[in-house]
Design a protein around this ligand. Structure first.
Ligand code: SAM
Length: 283
């Protein structure tokens, strides 16, 4: 009888992080990636794709709130939202908290991630996939963006790191096509990884996006289960500069929507883009 697995590692080139495991709950190989669901002592249930932590019950709200409410509260009237990736449903759950949102389209390449998370991590999507404003499309986000005639106020790219099927979601072509599906005044945000372990992702994103959008600004927050300290997201728009938004308007909209968040607040929103000097040098 083999010893039960007590630790699961997330391995990076020069860093390895281990989580003490109560139970391996599910494991499967899909056409796109390896999916592992474990129950951990510290962070509750945790989803890993190809060995990388995607979301964990205990701290998922930080990332999902920051990826959603910073762009949506920065936009005057977000009605049509597109999420690329995000198969766990956390961003979708947060988007639907906004009364102005008429439709939330989520384009996820792997149907098994959606089904798996609805079954094993139901509190993350919390019924969002069954909301009448939700439109779930199973497709490669890059293909969808190229084919669609639809236009959006907000595009949120909630992809894994640039590995496997997600690689295409980090290309200049993809960003140019996102630009073309944004309505006037639209905003795109995308996760750009850890500022301590994935600096090249921030540098590449900024280098590509500054030639496409007029305004490009990083904002930072910390997600305990995303290795490498401060985690970054880039906010891009031709009309809205994240750094010049009137925080009083954000407070009014936050209160109007009664967003009931656990990490995001208008003050956190403002603080997130007060970048430390080391982030200001990205060219
Ligand atoms: N919050 C996580 C992060 O920051 O790494 C991402 C979570 S979410 C589970 C990532 C999703 O992107 C996965 O469900 C994966 O299947 C999906 N995905 C990867 N490549 C994709 C593509 N080309 N088009 C659409 N979805 C994709």
């Amino acid at each position: 009888m083999s010893e039960p697995i007590e630790w699961i590692s997330e391995k990076w080139k020069n860093v390895e992080v281990r989580y003490r495991v109560k139970e391996i709950l599910q494991e499967l190989k899909t056409d796109f990636q390896h999916i592992l669901l474990i129950d951990t002592y510290q962070y509750g249930k945790m989803l890993l794709l190809d060995g990388r932590v995607q979301t964990a019950e205990k701290d998922e709200y930080i990332y999902h709130e920051m990826m959603t409410h910073v762009p949506l509260l920065s936009h005057p009237n977000p009605e049509k939202v597109l999420i690329i990736g995000g198969g766990d449903g956390g961003v979708l759950r947060e988007v639907l908290k906004h009364d102005s949102v008429e439709s939330a389209t989520i384009v996820e390449i792997d149907p098994l991630v959606v089904n798996f998370c609805k079954e094993h991590l139901p509190l993350i999507s919390n019924g969002a996939f069954d909301n009448e404003r939700t439109k779930l499309i199973i497709d490669d986000g890059a293909d969808y963006i190229r084919k669609t005639d639809n236009k959006y106020d907000i595009v949120i790219v909630d992809s894994p790191d640039p590995v496997g099927p997600a690689k295409i979601l980090f290309s200049g072509q993809f960003y140019r096509e996102i630009y073309n599906v944004l309505r006037p005044g639209g905003i795109m945000v995308r996760q750009t990884g850890s500022t301590q372990m994935q600096e090249e992702e921030q540098e590449q994103a900024y280098r590509l996006l500054k030639d496409i959008f007029q305004y490009n600004a990083f904002y930072l927050y910390s997600v305990p289960t995303y290795v490498g300290g401060l985690f970054s997201t880039i906010f891009c728009s031709d009309a809205i500069d994240l750094k010049t938004i009137d925080i009083k308007k954000i407070i009014t909209k936050y209160d109007l929507n009664q967003l009931n968040t656990k990490y995001y607040s208008p003050q956190i929103h403002y603080g997130a883009y007060q970048l430390p000097p080391f982030m200001k040098v990205i060219k």
